[in-house]
Design a binder for this molecule. Structure first.
Ligand code: ATP
Ligand code: MG
Length: 758
């Protein structure tokens, strides 16, 4: 399989080719450098594909290095998960797994060398003062008085730091670069800090740990890396990367850093920290929960490595961050499985059908693949007078375009016969419990001479031979396109069907099998819970993009969001003009916006003017990051449909709205509601909040009784939670938020619910 099938080269491969051509390097050496503080996610898969893919393409090699400089968050279980993920994706790292901690002695020596050159000093300023002295984007910083220390004193102090003679935070080692540098990162960055903590590999050997910026470039150099590829948020760190290597006189073949755009996917959160919150909070069943964007999650759900690789390949490598539509990933897996996996029949909500005129039983030969799939194979499908069909494949009073079984309309049983309705049997409550039907002997599939017209073929299973199975229907974990947290969890992201019925051929003792369940989707035998007694199948993905439909409906109602999405998916990035680039730089370096938001604002003059006015005219001025989010999402959406003059709200009001979220007067959810009101009326946000009583409820004594009420109403779920089903936490939080119309402070709710359910 080709790992870089696209014909046109991406910018990274272009750089690599030039460097080989000019003999800058004899061999391409890359590395994948995760911090082992969580399970890898699909963003990491992207980075893995790039680093290993480039090494493969140019006959070089790629190292796997654990960037383990932070003793308090790292663990071997994460190291194992990272190794698993890379192997599963089909890549091989060069030699042993490497660890930055193995280089601690060398990195220490380099630090001593810098001190001897007068290029590093021990600073004993406390944290707060240090922050003040750093200055701001508009103001130069000032050097700490400790920078005057002599080389001897610095050497002595640094050694004592290493020997554990000081407490955490008492001193740090800093590079002596430039306190007036425009790039704030260059204002005497920290190189080492004291941490009396046990390291999962180095044990207690060290109580000083190098900072990322110091350790990373040196580790690259020590390993002989040529191209150090990382994501855009490290753009400003590149200057330090170069300073460290240049100052130490480390020459070619020394590595150089190159940045690409981080992968973001909608309806998904993607940072190990956020994923850890979901795992620890019990919102999911673990790091390998099939709803998570972790590699372990995709693997368990039934995604194939090929589908992930083709997804990563298809989205390309960009220099500007963008949001990829999760539908594209779903397309990749569908596309991969469509012609690969056998099609079988499973009934999720069984309704009994008795075929009055059928006697005995027979075994039908049913092919696994439709005619247009170049694959052969078939199985035996038992048939008799008692079968089960899907409950919603029968309707007593159907609407006009209903094509399945009705009192007046016959239907084909896939691979078998056409049946016609005779009678419906109901229980005392009026619920349908059985259908009586007749079959048409001359309508056998493939040999049909009956002349009966039907509009569809439905799945079914034979009653005696069918096997009871559990089916887990997974859907997107978040219902919001840009989820913020637990309150955006999709309550229907997992539905467990305990009593589905499946045809006998599907029951298998082979692990790692996937099927298409006719008309339902693609399914995978759960690698952990599947047993002979209780087979369990996970839904990998549906047959079509059902969200797209929902989205279109939403889009009709409100905005042209999906249009915006289309433009973004498209991997192609139009270069920025000089002015736009300047704005972009200002946004990312001075104001701290992430590159995605900065990109949206910088490329849109109206929007950036709006932002600018909002930031400068609002009093008190809101946090630039929060404001940018508000402008690039809410305001941008309005401006897509209307001209600036037609807006009823103004920049100052948007500033005030942002400030209210910042001060936790309202939640960000309520802010959206307030914004909608501002769109309609142009009223001031403070006024709207007051009139409608939308102030966020953070007082635990107000929230507690609501939780009690929710618990009282749902005793079953309380019992289930206490019996260990901690997944229900999300349910309770959701109910409480709902009961308060979204006004309760989600953080407080989460904590309280957790306490009460203990
Ligand atoms: P997270 O924020 O999820 O913890 P990280 O960047 O801190 O991610 P690392 O373990 O430091 O995670 O990352 C290892 C490598 O994977 C880095 O080179 C990083 O740039 C890359 N990487 C991480 N997330 C993404 C992403 N979303 N898209 C592309 N590459 C990523
Ligand atoms: Mg990180």
């Amino acid at each position: 399989m080709s790992k870089s099938s696209s014909d046109s080269k991406d910018f990274l491969r272009t750089i690599v080719e030039q460097d080989l051509k000019s003999s800058k390097y004899a061999e391409v050496v890359t590395r994948f450098p995760p911090e082992p503080n969580g399970f890898p996610h699909i963003g990491h898969a992207k980075s893995i594909c790039i680093n290993f893919g480039i090494a493969d393409d140019y006959a070089g090699h790629c190292n796997l290095r654990m960037d383990d400089t932070n003793p308090t968050t790292e663990d071997t279980k994460y190291v194992e998960a990272l190794k698993d993920a890379i192997e599963w994706l089909g890549f091989e790292w060069e030699g042993n797994v490497r660890f930055t901690s193995d280089y601690f002695p060398k990195i220490y020596d380099y630090a001593v060398e810098l001190i001897k050159m007068g290029k590093a000093y021990v600073d004993s300023t406390d944290e707060e003062e240090m922050r003040e002295l750093r200055g701001t984007v508009k103001e130069a910083g000032r050097r700490s008085k400790y920078a005057e220390r002599s080389i001897e004193e610095n050497l002595d102090l640094f050694e004592k730091m290493k020997n554990g003679e000081f407490k955490d935070g008492e001193h740090v080692l800093r590079a002596k670069i430039d306190m007036t540098a425009a790039n704030m990162k260059m204002r005497d960055p920290l190189l080492y800090r004291i941490r009396h903590a046990h390291h999962f590999r180095a044990g207690d050997a060290w109580c000083i740990y190098p900072m990322y910026d110091f350790a990373h470039g040196l580790s690259d150099y020590i390993e002989g890396v040529s191209h150090s590829i990382c994501t855009l948020e490290f753009e400003n760190n590149r200057d330090i990367y170069n300073w460290v290597l240049d100052t130490l006189g480390l020459t070619l073949p020394r590595p150089y850093q190159h940045e690409f755009a981080r992968l973001g996917i909608n309806y998904t959160v993607m940072s190990k920290r956020k994923l850890l919150e979901l795992v620890d909070g019990g919102q999911v069943s673990g790091w390998d929960d099939p709803r998570l964007p972790t590699i372990a999650g995709y693997k368990r759900r039934g995604y194939t490595p090929e589908s992930i690789l083709s997804f990563c390949d298809g989205i390309g490598i960009a220099k500007a961050n963008s949001m990829v539509d999760v539908a594209q990933l779903e397309f990749s897996i569908r596309d991969d499985l469509n012609t690969k996996v056998p099609r079988v029949m499973c009934v999720l909500d069984p309704l009994k059908v008795t075929i009055g005129n059928y006697e005995g039983s027979e075994e039908l030969d049913a092919s696994y693949y439709p005619d247009d799939v170049p694959k052969e194979g078939s199985r035996i499908l038992p048939f008799s007078k008692e079968i089960y069909i899907e409950r919603d494949d029968f309707m007593e009073n159907p609407p006009k375009d209903y094509f399945r079984l009705t009192p007046k309309q016959a239907v084909r049983l896939k691979h078998a016969y056409i049946i016609t309705f005779k009678e419906v049997i109901k229980d005392a409550d009026g619920k349908i419990v059985e259908i009586k039907a007749v079959y048409h002997p001359e309508s056998k599939s493939g040999l049909d001479t009956s002349g009966i017209k039907v509009k569809s073929a439905i799945q079914w299973v034979e009653a005696k031979t069918a096997k009871r199975v559990e089916v887990r229907l997974y859907d997107r974990l978040f219902k919001e396109e840009a989820p913020e947290g637990v309150e955006d969890i999709n309550p229907d992201s997992l539905k467990v069907i305990k009593n589905a019925l499946i045809e006998p051929a599907v029951i298998t003792d082979k692990p790692d099998v996937r099927f298409q369940f006719e008309r339902q989707g693609y399914f995978y035998a759960d690698p952990i819970d599947y047993t002979d007694e209780k087979p369990v199948f996970n839904k990998i993905v549906g047959l079509k993009d059902s969200w797209n439909k929902k989205e279109k409906k939403k889009a009709k109602e409100s905005t042209s969001k999906s249009q915006e999405k289309k433009v973004q998916i498209d991997g192609e990035v139009v270069p920025m003009s000089e002015v736009q680039q300047k704005l972009y730089d200002k946004y990312t370096t001075e104001l701290g916006l992430n590159s995605e938001v900065a990109n949206t604002l910088a490329r849109d003059e109206t929007l950036s003017n709006f932002y600018y006015e909002s930031l400068n005219l609002s009093e008190p001025s809101p946090n630039p990051v929060g404001l940018a989010n508000m402008v690039s999402n809410e305001v941008a959406r309005e401006l897509k449909e209307k001209s600036l003059d037609a807006l009823k709200f103004n920049p100052i009001q948007i500033g005030a709205l942002t400030k209210m979220v910042e001060n936790e007067i309202i939640s960000s959810k309520i802010a959206k509601q307030v914004f909608e009101e501002m769109v309609k009326t142009g009223e001031n946000p403070t006024q709207i909040v007051e009139d409608k009583g939308l102030v966020q409820i953070s007082d635990p004594s107000k929230i507690a009784p609501i939780i009690d009420e929710v618990m009282e109403k749902n005793p079953d779920n309380v019992a289930k939670f206490r019996a260990g089903n901690t997944k229900l936490l999300g349910f309770f939080v959701g109910q409480v938020l709902k009961a308060t119309g979204g006004k309760a402070n989600p953080k407080v709710v989460n904590t309280l619910v957790n306490e009460k359910l203990k």
